[in-house]
Write a protein that binds this ligand. Sequence first.
Ligand code: TXA
Ligand code: MG
Length: 322
Amino acid sequence: MMARTSDIGRAAGILRAGGLVAVPTETVYGLGANAEDPAAVARVFQVKGRPPTHPLIVHLAAAEQLGDWVADVPDTALALAGHFWPGPLTLVLRRGRRVPLEATGGLETVAVRVPAHPVALELLSAFGGGVAAPSANRFGSVSPTTADHVRAELGDAVDFVLDGGPCDVGVESTIVDATGGTPSILRPGGVTPEDLEAVLGRPVAAGSPNHIRVPGQHPSHYAPRARVVLVDPLEIATEAQAAQERGHRVGVFLPPACADVPVKAHAVVTVPESMADYARGLYGFLRELDQLGCDLIVASLPVEQGLGVAIANRLRRAAGPR
Ligand code: TXA
Ligand code: MG
């Protein structure tokens, strides 16, 4: 199951030769290519079916390499990298010349992170360069958190799948604009706003006050095949039953507080009480309900604190207009 040393060598060779490798990280699996190879990067966009203007994240083996890939490293970026790397934090900084515009979707900024997964770090060290990797799913759909998800979703389109077991965090990295001035959260993720604020010593805004362009923020994203509707937790049972009576095959995300409420539905997932467990399981639950043939998923938003911020963000987008 888990990648061996020979697999790492093989994967590094494929990257050097311009191929694509699915890489386990602590957040989700990435679809990796040599960040300095425009043709390999172009293949990533093609395999994902992603518009070429949506920038990729460049993954590095260690924070010490940051200066090789960005034009400058503001003090705040240095502090955040020092504290959170390796880990689920992505920093958007001014693009260094080593990064081709193909990887940044034409932007003069680049997103970089050092992932906290032993297999990813071994691969990055063996390869030596930067690995440009979006999540290893088709554009707009649910991110993969196991090697099997990647195989099911991308099949032969990827040259090699490095199996690193199930992802520990389960939602993507937090993306922070650290280009200058006040840092802001462009995408909530595995590092919580509270954690960022503790390190920065001040509140962190969401959005892009520096007016940098942020592609890849479509309202519909992270979506299963089934339509997702979000309702108040107290209305889940009635909503599910009504939809079931209208002829839907309903899947339910039952909040832990409602675990004892009887629900008539095609399939029910009882949401874990711990936000870390919920984040870890989220994409797997969505895939599972798809696989069971549900065409509608009824869910509610968790409290938006800690990892609940990222979970709520993904659920809203999963429920967004298609
Ligand atoms: O956890 C993660 O971040 C995973 C793993 C594989 O590292 N990767 C991931 O990549 O989620 P992806 O491509 O699915 O999402 C990256 C997002 C893009 O959609 C875009 O919004 C943002 O990062 N991004 C990348 N470069 C950017 C830039 N220069 N400026 C602003 N946003 C950027
Ligand atoms: Mg993605």
